[in-house]
Design a protein around this ligand. Structure first.
Ligand code: SF4
Length: 331
């Protein structure tokens, strides 16, 4: 049986960040105010090791800031505190900015057992990056990704969908370029507009008009399909549910079951492509995906019912994941 991956997440909210990006409030996203120190790392790891039955696929993850841009003494303090736990887990994962990657810091991370680096790419369109105060360009993402891959780390790219000044075209272009880089993993985050950010100001003044949620689901569904086709693992799709995010959200695309919505959209589109004006259809999907095909809260079935179309989903081991096959129809 495949062992389950897990992260022991240690948040370093905004540590090392040279700019405050227009959409970001890590204190709300991580529900954490203070920066951790060695004793916190030891406590969090000790507790997690007791709670996780098998830690062989577990990584100690420093998230929520620009890890490679924090002062070196503090970075080493955190990494050093994680060392005693490394024998029992897979490695260390960090997240950072594309313009804060250089060969020296990669050598240092290697020495401390870091195995995976996630870059906040967010967009591959320079105008979108600039409009959202990112302070780096798409060229930085290419350069940093290449260095990370050359040094033998697992590469992850985080992408935000629906940023200020983004369009369907810039999103499609972003995914084409992300796929060309071929990271090992991708995180897809539809934009959540958080209180106190510059994006919230732009939104509340009417300057930033987010794309309709339905389009965001379509764009993300396309991205999921492209990643799957290229063997790129999508390890997160939508922000994790947190009370702080729910409280601080003033707009944007927060949905606790966002991935299910996108997966449901993939199935709905496939069904639509096979429809020919009949009123009743039976589609076969791989048995473990019946609920995905039915849609979150039966969304897909209900959407067709509204058009007077009855859809029945059944399981068939022969049908590959994210495909569906029309096996019966009636006019
Ligand atoms: S998005 Fe990343 S780089 Fe920007 S402020 Fe947030 S943590 Fe820092």
């Amino acid at each position: 049986m495949k062992r389950k991956h897990s992260n022991i997440a240690i948040f370093v909210p905004h540590a090392g960040c040279p700019y405050r990006c227009a959409f970001c409030d890590q204190r709300a996203i991580t529900s954490q105010q203070a920066l951790p120190h060695a004793a916190d790392v030891e406590r969090i790891c000790t507790q997690a090791m007791q709670e996780i039955p098998d830690t062989s696929e577990t990584e100690i993850a420093f998230f929520g800031g620009s890890f490679t841009a924090i002062p070196q003494a503090y970075m080493c303090e955190l990494l050093q505190a994680a060392q005693p736990f490394l024998k029992r887990c897979k490695g260390i994962r960090i997240s950072t900015r594309p313009d804060c990657i250089h060969a020296d810091v990669l050598h240092l991370l290697k020495e401390y057992g870091v195995t995976a680096i996630e870059l906040g790419a967010q967009s591959m369109d320079d105008a979108v990056l600039s409009a959202n105060d990112r302070g780096h360009t798409a060229a930085d993402v290419y350069r940093a990704s290449e260095l990370i891959q050359m040094h033998g780390f697992e590469l992850g790219l985080q992408v935000m969908i629906g940023l200020y000044k983004s369009t369907e075209e810039t999103e499609q272009q972003t995914f084409r370029q992300v796929i060309a880089i071929h990271p090992d993993t991708v995180r897809l985050y539809p934009v959540v507009i958080l209180k106190g950010t510059r994006l919230a100001e732009l939104f509340l003044s009417g300057t930033y008009v987010p794309m309709p949620f339905d389009r965001i689901v379509d764009i993300t569904a396309d991205a999921l399909l492209q990643c799957m086709a290229e063997g790129i693992r999508v390890i997160k799709c939508g922000l994790h549910a947190s009370e702080a995010v729910a409280q601080d959200r003033v707009g944007g695309y927060y949905h606790p079951a966002f991935r299910e919505l996108c997966e449901g959209r993939i199935y709905r589109r496939q069904m639509e492509m096979q429809m020919d004006g009949s009123r009743r259809y039976t589609f076969a999907v791989t048995p473990s995906h019946i609920s995905k095909a039915v849609g979150h809260r039966r969304e897909t079935i209900a959407c067709f019912e509204k058009k007077g179309i009855t859809v029945k989903i059944i399981g068939d081991e022969e049908v590959p994941a994210f495909r569906c096959k029309c096996i019966e129809k009636e006019t």
